[in-house]
Design a protein around this ligand. Sequence first.
Ligand code: GLA
Length: 446
Amino acid sequence: MRDLSARWLTPGDPQSTSAALTSQFRQIYGAEPSGLFFAPGRANLNGEHIDFHGGRCLPMALPHGTYVAAAPRFDGMLRLRTLDPELDTGVVEIPDAAALPAPVTAPSWTTYVSGVLWALVQAGNEYPELHLGEGFGADLLICSTLPIGGGLSSSASLECAAALAFVGIGSPLGAEHAGEGLTRALTDERRAVLAKVCIRAEVEAVGAGTGGLDQNTALRAEAGKLVSLDCRDFSLQRTDLTALLEDYCFLAVDTGQPHELVDGQFAARRAEAEAAAAVLGVERLRDALPESPSEHDVELVLETFDRSVAQGAEMGGRDADACRRRLRHALTEMLRSGQLHLLFTALASGIAGVDHTAEVVGRIMNEGHASMRDYAEVSFTLADQVVDTVLSAGALGARLIGGGFGGSVLVLAPRRQVEKITTAAARLSPRIRFLAAIPSAPARVV
Ligand code: GLA
């Protein structure tokens, strides 16, 4: 059998990554970094394209993510450099960085960082412990162990690592809790505030209409656990996956086809679903369903939609059939999230067995993929092929995750089948890479 080791993207060892980043920081900026920070990417078992409708998502943080080495400046300037060979254009200077980032003046990835600085400065008015001093700026060196645009939340991991860096080197909270003390000082409540800051940066500064799944996961996940995130208020529960992960594992198949959420397609899907919400007279689609929805509830909502459309409901010029498909995806995805939430609660209390859980999770993942393909219409040929191939090779479940139009497929596999599954998937494209999706710790000081 061909050696697949080169196809695995490993998260690397945090200590040696930090040491290498520190020495490069010295070379590039001629000074020591004051701190090193890390925020993970995420995989999501279910709950795609519903965070912005107040739905429930079932994510975990990955061991892979973004490292940031940082030192403060006092002239209001941000200097940024990424070590990603595809994005690196040398040190980018952004003067007056706390102002709302002006588009086009710097490479687009830098807006994820300058946007966070801007949003954090705003948040400092409400949370004095996060207040960044007058003229705060920073030198940052960035490297990522995630595929960029791979649907594993590389952008939110950059935002969250940058947020931690700014807090660590510039705020009263960072001054009070040096080094790893800051990781402990970042309570879930504080992390939720930072998640809001990063969401604001992504929505208002970057202009991507995303919904908060990624930032809450990067900042608030827990090692060994699956998160059940209610995006109505971002309250969450965490379930231990240790027992499940003895015989089964999750792996992400990066198709090598990158996506771009700032482009029109993601926004168009969201707008169509929102048009359906308007027809139903609800602010968020989650409000169209009862607290614990059933399939019957989904059918009732679809019937209501059909009746309103037949009576000539205003669709803002959008195609009613397309809006209905987005609606159907959102509603069934919410149903699946509800089922998984209950299933993991049952697993935690010992009511559901491990094999039963794995089987049902697999089935729900497959249904999720079909909905992403047929109703959200965000899948693409290679993702569909990966799903079919890994299922034929013995996976229990597989689905496209993230925003779609490129990105990764999450797979649930019996451990003993992993080699067979990856061998089969690797044949589909030379660009395919694998990542072990091990539920990992959230953003932290390294
Ligand atoms: C991207 C966005 C998230 C979410 C997913 C789709 O990752 O950043 O907010 O909308 O797509 O579920």
